[in-house]
Design a protein around this ligand. Structure first.
Ligand SMILES: Cc1ncc(COP(=O)(O)O)c(C=O)c1O
Length: 508
């Protein structure tokens, strides 16, 4: 038996992996810059499919030893792959091949023209979610949507009439990038703060994007909830940030302190109330400790508080923002979950100079939010519709949560599916049995016209393959039974296919 058939020592790459890359220490060109030759070989291996999307590239150190180059040279080659959108690095887990956008069918050589930073954006998850949530052929527990059947249509119509009568001329013109004064004032009155600290947004997602563009440079570290909001993961990643997860299920402040000291992050992004996806709410003592820590180590916090108003058990503790005495918190929120996502309106609240800087960045993509919608929402807040609607929405959401949980129980899910029982927000966070992959379940469910979201996009480090998010608020009570039946059928099919042990074991 030849030497190559023996498993290589721990630090060495096997010959097959080197063949996949099409390189060896002997064949690597040593002309300057060496990293570029490694990058080219890797690029070729990725684009010709020798490394499939999702597969892990060799560890930097092992490849460096195999090619007899410094580790820094390999790191540079990997960074180049990342910059071209061909791979992604995850702290502590390695570098993985991305699903590259397919521009090959374009009528012109567009692929060569697309900026390297734009090629970094390969994730389709958010786009697919909003598409599926609006597909009438699907029974959707996928996208995060409130009970839209309860939207106050009549009050909205009356408000539209009032606005047009009162200030119709305002609706058709231009307006300040920071937002219409009437809406900034209404937001400040209803949610606290001063109008000059409010920036009106086309949804909270725009706020995350603006903050990433304002605060994050490629290579900066961002600490983010683990699991956490997938749109934030997507946006910070596209900005070139290295993401480090803080485990919100364990919510250990010592762990957070270790991460802050070790990685010196540019910022922390957290969703502390009825968190997306877990439904977890940070208790008041932890909020104080969290603020103290971030203040002491001078790390800004982006508090995404999109779900704060959506309690139907006990009212949640005050926002981090309202407990903040050192101005370390930027507060983000939205009308998407409390009125409707189709309005495309949100806001952030921060120190005035930050608001002004963000407005300068915002002007280049979105000079101002639509005036008519801003005026109507201000009016709905001022004349009380907004708060009356919230009361009804909370009741309906509780009913929908209970209906979906009861339907899952009735269909016998409790033996092989665990889920949370949140006191607010929009989601049940579910856990599947070992070896039942949630992405496969999601695909199966979609084939049966049901949309749910698998766990992986909520993790910056590729975990979550047994977790699943169900948006209970978008499922009318009369459809809960159908959804539970079809979802559980999908799970059962995947269990059969994977030979996951039958039935019904407790899940750890
Ligand atoms: C935590 C969080 N932030 C922001 C958003 C984006 O909301 P918007 O529709 O306001 O852009 C969502 C939507 O799901 C969310 O869950």
């Amino acid at each position: 038996m030849g030497n190559t058939d023996r498993p290589p020592p721990r630090d060495l790459l096997d010959a097959a992996t080197l063949r996949q890359i099409g390189l060896s220490a002997a064949t690597l060109q040593r002309t300057h810059p060496v990293y570029h030759h490694i990058f080219r070989a890797l690029e070729c291996a990725v684009t010709n499919g020798a490394f499939q999307p999702g597969s892990r590239l060799p560890a930097e150190r092992r490849l460096a030893i195999a090619l007899i180059v410094s580790r820094a040279t390999v790191v540079k080659a990997y960074r180049e792959l990342e910059a071209r959108g061909l791979a992604r690095g995850y702290v502590g887990r390695g570098t993985f091949v991305s699903a590259a956008p397919d521009l090959s069918g374009a009528p012109f050589a567009w692929r060569g023209k697309v900026a390297a930073a734009a090629l970094r954006t390969t994730d389709t998850v958010l786009r697919d979610l909003v598409r599926d949530a609006s597909d009438p052929a699907l029974l959707s527990a996928g996208g995060g949507v409130p009970a839209l059947e309860k939207f106050p249509v009549d009050a909205f119509r009356r408000s539209l009439d009032r606005v047009l009568r009162r200030e119709g001329h305002l609706a058709w013109g231009q307006s300040p990038t920071q937002g219409l004064p009437a809406l900034r004032e209404a937001v400040a009155r209803r949610f606290g703060g001063q109008p000059e600290n409010v920036l009106i947004l086309a949804g909270a997602q725009q706020g995350i994007d603006l903050l990433a563009r304002c605060l994050v440079e490629p290579g900066d570290t961002v600490v983010i909830d683990r699991p956490g909001y997938l749109g934030a993961i997507h946006t910070f990643r596209a900005a070139g940030a290295r993401l480090v997860g803080w485990d919100v299920v364990r919510h250990d402040l010592d762990e957070l302190e270790d991460l802050l000291v070790r990685y010196r992050p540019k910022l922390i992004y957290t969703n502390p109330t009825f968190q997306n996806p877990t439904g977890w709410t940070m208790p008041i003592r932890l909020r104080r400790g969290f603020l103290e820590l971030a203040g002491r180590l001078r790390v800004p916090i982006i508090e995404d508080n999109t779900y704060h108003e959506l309690w139907f058990g006990a009212e949640p503790p005050p926002a981090l923002h309202s407990l903040d005495t050192r101005s370390v918190v930027i507060h983000l929120s939205s009308f998407s979950k409390v009125l409707a996502p189709g309005l495309r309106l949100g806001w952030l609240s921060a120190a005035e100079p930050i608001v002004e800087q963000l407005a300068l960045i915002k002007q280049s993509a979105d000079p101002h939010a639509p005036n008519l919608m801003q005026s109507i929402v201000a009016d709905l807040i001022d004349e009380g519709t907004f708060d009356r609607h919230l009361i009804e929405l909370r009741l309906e959401h509780r009913r929908r949560r209970d209906a979906l949980a009861a339907a899952l129980e009735r269909h016998g899910a409790s033996g092989y599916l665990q889920w949370t029982q949140p006191d607010g927000g929009l989601y049940l966070w579910c856990r599947l049995p070992p070896r039942v992959n949630s992405a496969t379940v999601m695909k199966r469910a979609l084939a049966d016209s049901v949309s749910v979201v698998h766990g992986q996009p909520f993790y910056a480090d590729h975990a979550g393959d047994r977790e699943l998010r169900l948006c209970f608020s978008s499922v009318p009570i009369g459809r809960a039974e159908d959804l539970a039946r079809r979802l559980l059928r999908a799970i059962a099919a995947v269990r059969r296919e994977t030979g996951a042990s039958p039935p019904l074991m407790a899940i750890v």
